[in-house]
Design a binder for this molecule. Structure first.
Ligand code: EPU
Length: 417
C-alpha cells in the first residue's frame, strides 16, 4: 500500500490549480441516469470516488467513456436497477443513484451504505422523501428496495439540511408528476451546481441556494454538456498549506464566492488573503498564527470538510481555541494521530480544545478518512523531521494529484509504493 513521506521546513510558494469538485461531480454524473442521450462532463477530477461512480453507472447499463478530465455518459441502455454491496461499500455517495433509478425505471434496489469512520450517516431523509412522493420503500437483507407507479410531487421537510438527501430528492422530483417543495434544503454550492445542470437538462427548479426549493416535474430531460465547478475544500486545504508554512500561494481556477467562511477564518488567524480576480486567491502566511474558535455548520457556515485541516493550523497557533463539530458525531478521528505528532488537543463530546504548541514532531501516522488524511499531510509540512502517512487510499478518494501539487509549491513530499 502507498505511503506519503513529508519532510518539513519549506514555506510553500508559487501557483496551484484547483481541480473540479468531487462532491459536485458525483451527483452530476449520477444525474446522467435521468436522460437517455449522451451527456458530456468537463473538468471531472481524476479520483478514486469518481472511478467508483463510473463503475457503478456502467454496472447499471450506462456507457461510460473518459479522456483526460472529460467524461461521456450515455444512459440510453440503462437496464439494471440494482446497485450491489460490492460497489456501494466502496463509496457512500453511491446512494446518489437511488432517486435517478426510481425516476427512470420506477424501481431501485440499492445496498444500504452503512456508517463510516466519521459517523452513522443514515439515509432516512432520502427514504422518507421518496415515500412522501408515493414510493413503496422496504428494507431487506441490507438493501433498500423502492418501487413506484408514478412519482408524485410532495412537500418534503428536512430535519437537518442534508446535502446528498437534497440532491437525491431533487433528481426524483425533476421527473415526478406535479410540484415538489423541499424545505430546509441544503444550500451548498454543489447542490446549486446540480440544480443548474438539471435546469439545463430541461428541469424546472427554482430557489437554488435557498432553503426552499420548488420543483415542477417535467416528463423528460435532455442530455447536456457541462463543466464541474472548482473544489472549495481543495481550495481551503491549499489556503491552510500556505498559512501554516508561512508561504505565499496563488490559488488559480477556484471560486472565491464559495468559500466566504474559510476566507474569514484564514484572515482571522493572521494570514493575508487577496482575491485577485474572480477565480484567483493569493494567501500569504505569517510567522505568528493566531488561535481562533471554529464551529462547523451547514453552508454558508464553516464546512465540516475543512475542520481537520483547520485543527492542524490551530495546533501550531499562539494560544488556545475551541473547535465545535456540529455535523458528524465522530469527526475527531484525526485527533489521536495529531497527538502522536505532538499536538495538544483535548476532546469533550463534540468540542475539541486546542492549545497551540511551538512545534510538531514528525512520526509515522495513519490516515483514517479523506479529510483526516489531508490534515496529516498539512501537519507533515511543518512537523520537525519526517512524517510518514500510511493508508493514503483515503486521500486518493478526494484530492487530485495532491503530492504533485504540493511538490510543485516546494514541499519535500514523495509517494512511496
Ligand atoms: N443525516 C441524517 N439522515 C439522512 C441524511 C443525513 O440524519 O438521511 C444527517 C447526517 O448523519 C449528518 C447530517 O445529516 O449528521 C448532514 O449530513 P449530509 O446528508 O449533509 O451529508 P452527506 O450528504 O452524506 C455530504 C458530503 C460530505 C460532507 C457532508 C456535509 C458528498 C458526496 N458528501 O455528505 O463530504 O461532509 O455533505 O457537508 O457530497 C467529504 O467530501 O469528505 C465528505 C464527507
Amino acid at each position: 500500500m502507498d505511503k506519503i513521506v513529508i519532510e518539513s521546513g519549506q514555506s510553500l510558494e508559487g501557483e496551484v490549480k484547483i481541480s473540479g469538485a468531487k462532491n459536485a461531480a458525483l451527483p452530476i454524473l449520477a444525474s446522467s441516469l435521468l436522460t437517455d442521450g449522451q451527456c458530456t462532463y468537463h473538468n471531472v477530477p481524476n479520483l478514486r470516488d469518481i472511478e467508483s461512480i463510473k463503475q457503478l453507472l456502467s454496472h447499471l447499463g450506462a456507457k461510460v467513456e473518459s479522456e483526460g478530465d472529460v467524461v461521456w455518459i450515455d444512459s440510453s441502455g440503462l437496464y439494471n436497477h440494482e446497485a450491489p454491496y460490492e460497489l456501494v461499500r466502496k463509496m457512500r455517495a453511491s446512494i446518489l443513484v437511488l432517486c435517478p433509478l426510481v425516476a427512470r425505471l420506477k424501481k431501485a434496489r440499492v445496498s444500504l451504505p452503512g456508517g463510516c469512520a466519521i459517523g452513522a450517516r443514515p439515509i432516512n431523509f432520502h427514504l422518507k422523501g421518496l415515500e412522501s412522493m408515493g414510493a413503496h420503500v422496504e428494507l431487506e437483507h441490507g438493501y433498500v428496495n423502492v418501487s413506484v407507479k408514478n412519482l408524485k410531487g410532495a412537500e418534503i421537510y428536512f430535519d437537518i439540511p442534508s446535502v446528498t438527501g437534497t440532491e437525491n430528492l431533487l433528481m426524483a422530483a425533476a421527473l415526478a408528476d406535479g410540484i415538489t417543495i423541499l424545505r430546509n434544503a441544503a444550500r451548498e454550492p454543489e447542490v446549486i451546481a446540480l440544480i443548474d445542470v438539471l435546469n439545463q437538462m430541461g428541469a424546472d427548479i427554482k430557489g437554488a441556494g435557498t432553503s426552499k426549493i420548488i420543483v415542477t416535474g417535467v416528463s423528460s430531460l435532455k442530455p447536456v454538456s457541462v463543466k464541474i465547478i472548482p473544489d472549495r475544500i481543495e481550495t481551503g486545504t491549499f489556503m491552510v498549506a500556505s498559512a501554516i508554512t508561512g508561504g505565499d500561494i496563488k490559488i488559480l481556477d477556484c471560486e472565491p464566492d464559495h468559500i466566504g467562511g474559510i476566507i474569514d477564518k484564514i484572515k482571522l488567524s493572521g494570514s493575508e488573503v487577496e482575491i485577485e480576480d474572480k477565480s484567483t486567491i493569493r494567501v500569504r502566511g505569517t510567522d505568528e498564527i493566531k488561535s481562533i474558535d471554529i464551529k462547523t455548520l451547514p453552508y454558508p457556515g464553516f464546512p465540516t470538510d475543512m475542520q481537520a485541516q483547520f485543527m492542524v493550523l490551530m495546533s501550531v497557533a499562539r494560544g488556545t481555541c475551541i473547535i465545535t463539530e456540529t455535523i458528524f458525531e465522530n469527526r475527531f478521528i484525526h485527533v489521536s494521530e495529531l497527538r502522536r505528532l505532538g499536538a495538544d488537543i483535548t476532546i469533550s463530546g463534540n468540542i475539541a480544545i486546542i492549545k497551540g504548541v511551538t512545534a510538531l514532531d514528525g512520526a509515522p501516522v495513519m490516515a483514517t478518512d479523506l479529510r483526516a488524511s489531508a490534515s496529516l499531510i498539512l501537519a507533515g509540512l511543518v512537523a520537525n523531521g519526517a512524517t510518514e502517512v500510511s493508508r493514503v487510499y483515503h486521500l486518493d478518494r478526494g484530492y487530485e494529484y495532491i503530492e504533485k501539487k504540493l511538490e510543485k509549491l516546494g514541499a519535500a513530499i514523495k509517494r512511496v509504493k
